[in-house]
Design a protein around this ligand. Structure first.
Ligand code: ZN
Length: 368
């Protein structure tokens, strides 16, 4: 176990918070819909009008009670989905999410989202993703590098402006049919030259069968797309083993693994996306002291701190680092190393990795 907080804490909590904010960071696990701002959510509810499905007073209450139970997390998540079904809203929340991460000194964001068909709104999976791209183009407080390869947004040329690399993962929902999951993989392939770098498997962990989505994941691999899977959110040994057999490029959460599955994960050295606040708020892990971060960290297993859903869990990437420092007694150098090592697990190409590595090298002198 890492040294306790009181022994290693090098600064006050306020200073530590600020240091975590200043730290350049790489975000590998965040869902677009779950990262909506509370203020935007309330505005959308107002525009939607009280129609019996969503009542603004109820949503205000839900926001106040965020994170007090797993049920309340899912209730609010359902509201997000009802309110984010048109192109303009998808564009708006994409823009805002990128701006929020950039303001938090995130220098690389891998944003994941499930492309949706919505006939009533004239939305196809393709047009949904176009709205996401439009949102990225609309970001105006920072320079966004979406495409790399010289096709990125018009840069301001102002060297004082922040720059954030954004890449996209298309999520397959666990409840989707095989054909729909394959459509998503084909769409990801079609959009490979506009910033899509991989496929994620997510959704309610209690529904869906691994065998249903496996053909799509195999196709993704054949096509050269990287894959990350939400794994071990519930105890499901058969599925966890199948996921480890698949040996994806990364795994998210890995909360509820049996001893032999831990050993296997470690021997396969699959990088893990750790979401501390999410795991505690959804009560997947009973307390932060019992979180598997400590064990993985001690084993020097590759991992990266992530937010999962900044809106749903009222967190930021800085806050996740702050929480890790406080809970596991990490010092400045350990925190910096943790943030820097995440560069190794990004799905973007080598040129982006080199750029990010350089950013960390530049920051090192100021941060340590
Ligand atoms: Zn997630």
């Amino acid at each position: 176990m890492i040294a306790r907080v009181t022994e290693t804490m090098e600064f006050s909590n306020t200073e530590l918070r600020e240091w975590c904010r200043e730290l350049p960071k790489v975000e590998l696990h965040t869902h677009l819909n779950g990262s909506i701002r509370d203020s935007t959510l309330l505005e959308l509810v107002k525009n939607h009008g009280d129609n019996g499905i969503i009542v603004s007073k109820d949503v205000e209450h839900m926001i106040l009670e965020k994170g007090t139970s797993l049920r309340k997390c899912f209730d609010l998540f359902a509201v997000y989905h009802v309110l984010t079904t048109d192109h303009e809203t998808v564009k708006r929340i994409t823009k805002e999410v990128v701006e929020d991460f950039a303001a938090d000194n995130c220098i690389y964001l891998e944003l994941r989202t499930t492309p949706k068909n919505n006939e009533a709104k004239g939305m196809t999976k393709r047009s949904y993703m176009q709205a996401v791209i439009d949102g990225l183009k609309a970001v105006d407080i920072v320079d966004v590098d979406l495409w790399g390869c010289g096709l990125n947004n018009e840069e301001s040329g102002d060297t004082r402006r922040k720059k954030i690399f954004v890449r996209l993962l298309l999520s397959i929902n666990r409840s989707e049919a095989t054909s729909s999951a394959i459509d998503t993989v084909n769409l990801a392939m079609e959009m490979k030259d506009v910033g899509v770098v991989g496929i994620d498997l997510s959704g309610d962990p209690t529904v869906g069968q691994w065998e249903t989505v496996l053909p799509a994941l195999k196709l993704a691999r054949e096509l050269g797309l990287s894959v990350t899977l939400h794994c071990g959110e519930v105890r499901n040994s058969k599925e966890i083993q199948a996921m480890l057999d698949f040996n994806p490029e990364r795994l998210g959460h890995v909360c509820l693994l049996a001893d032999e599955e831990w050993d296997r994960l470690k021997s396969l050295v699959i990088p893990v996306e750790i979401c501390l606040t999410s795991n505690i708020m959804t009560q997947t892990i009973p307390s932060i002291e019992l979180h598997h971060f400590a064990d993985l960290y001690k084993s020097e297993h590759p991992m990266s701190l992530c937010t999962d859903d900044t809106g749903l869990f009222s967190t930021t990437l800085s806050n996740e680092y702050y929480k890790a420092a406080l809970s596991f007694g990490l010092g400045k150098e350990e925190m910096f190393k943790l943030a820097q090592e995440a560069v190794n697990f990004v799905f973007a190409d080598e040129s982006v990795k080199q750029h990010l590595t350089q950013k960390f090298e530049e920051a090192k002198g100021q941060m340590l």
